[in-house]
Ligand binder design. Structure first.
Ligand code: PEP
Ligand code: MN
Length: 346
């Protein structure tokens, strides 16, 4: 349910409404717009006469029952787009955000070298996995906490904020000591206890779409994080599983405008895990920006052929540097921007 306050209603009119809702054992989610405040009511059960109870308050203009399942992630509760800052990166604003870095943190040298290169090409956040979900248990599964220390050193040197995956509720505390954004991988996007744990951790969360996840399920996964009081969620389309084997996954470009029509949360695209093959990464990245993605997360490695994970889909430094000005050109064409450093041009 949402309570739409009359334009200009001050705190003296808002507070009694909030108090009444809380007395009933329900929670509120406030969205203070420039003109008016919207009070979202969360919790169950909603008393059948709640509408009438609240409509009598002097500041209340309208009480509306929300029928959508995703309440916090949807536009009804929050009529403005979610925008937040991570280090130098503004997420969800007019600028398209570029996250880049290796699939896995392999060594200090590999990570620092990549951080410098992606920063010089226009990335504002660094990715790198320290806890890796691998299909086979015999593959490289990450450096663990040592990997987090390396990421923190790269942030220290380059100023880039960092994003890294957390796989278990028990690791949230450790990963949270280092990272700026928690990444929830595709395989864990419906691990509800993990979602609740990162929801409590007080840092932004990127939710990769699960391999076979419908958009509604994905938004409900975001709801799990947000219901713990964390509003800073990014949704990341990374390709879904279809009958097609020519690519690793099928990039669902339509998810970008569809999710943006349903939710105020920023929508990113990972062209690397969708493509699975290096030559297809750039075209998918360009398509994602053209479709209106709020950001990209791209795998970049100093020597992709020797990468310990996902080398086949990782760009080398030159390929990434060639890509960013083309992304900027597409962003400009649709009225957005993607600032690249001086000297980086097509
Ligand atoms: C990754 O980002 O390296 C990764 C494992 O991604 P996903 O969870 O989308 O497969
Ligand atoms: Mn990867």
């Amino acid at each position: 349910m949402i309570i739409v306050m009359k334009p200009g209603s001050g705190q003296e009119l808002i507070d009694p409404v909030i108090e009444r809702v809380r007395e009933l054992g329900l929670n509120v989610h406030l969205s203070a717009g420039e003109e008016r405040t919207i009070i979202g009511v969360v919790g169950l059960p909603l008393p059948p006469t709640l509408d009438e109870m609240l409509e009598v308050y002097p500041g209340v203009e309208q009480v509306v029952r929300v029928t959508k399942k995703f309440k916090l992630a949807g536009w009804d509760f929050h009529p403005n787009k979610t925008v937040f800052q991570v280090g130098e990166a503004t997420i969800g604003g007019d600028e398209v955000t570029l996250i880049a870095g290796p699939c896995s943190v392999e060594s200090e040298e590999q990570t620092l070298e990549t951080a410098r290169a992606v920063r010089a090409a226009g990335a504002t956040l660094l990715r790198g996995g320290a806890y890796k979900p691998r299909t086979s248990p015999y593959e490289f599964r990450g450096l663990g906490e040592r990997g987090l220390e390396i990421l923190a050193a790269a942030r220290e040197e380059t100023g880039l904020g960092i994003i890294t995956e957390v796989m278990t509720p028990g690791d949230v505390e450790t990963v949270g000591r280092y990272t700026d954004i928690f990444q929830i991988g595709a395989r864990n996007c419906q691990n509800y206890l993990l979602l609740e744990e990162v929801g409590k951790a007080g840092k932004p969360v990127m939710l990769k779409r699960g391999l076979s996840m419908m958009i509604e399920e994905w938004l409900l996964a975001a709801e799990y994080v947000m219901a713990q009081g964390n509003p800073d969620v990014i949704l990341c389309e990374r390709g879904i599983r279809t009958f097609e084997t020519a690519t690793r996954n099928t990039l669902d470009v339509s998810a970008v405008p569809v999710v943006q029509s349903l939710s105020h949360l920023p929508v990113f695209v990972d062209p690397s895990h969708a493509a699975g093959k290096r030559p297809f990464v750039a075209p998918l990245a360009l398509a994602a920006v053209a479709a209106g993605a709020d950001g990209l997360i791209v795998e970049v490695h100093p020597n992709p052929d020797h990468a310990l994970s996902d080398g086949a889909q990782s760009l080398d430094f030159a390929e990434f540097r060639e890509l960013t000005p083309r992304l900027a050109a597409v962003a400009n064409a649709i009225g957005r921007s993607l600032p690249v450093p001086e000297g980086v041009s097509v």
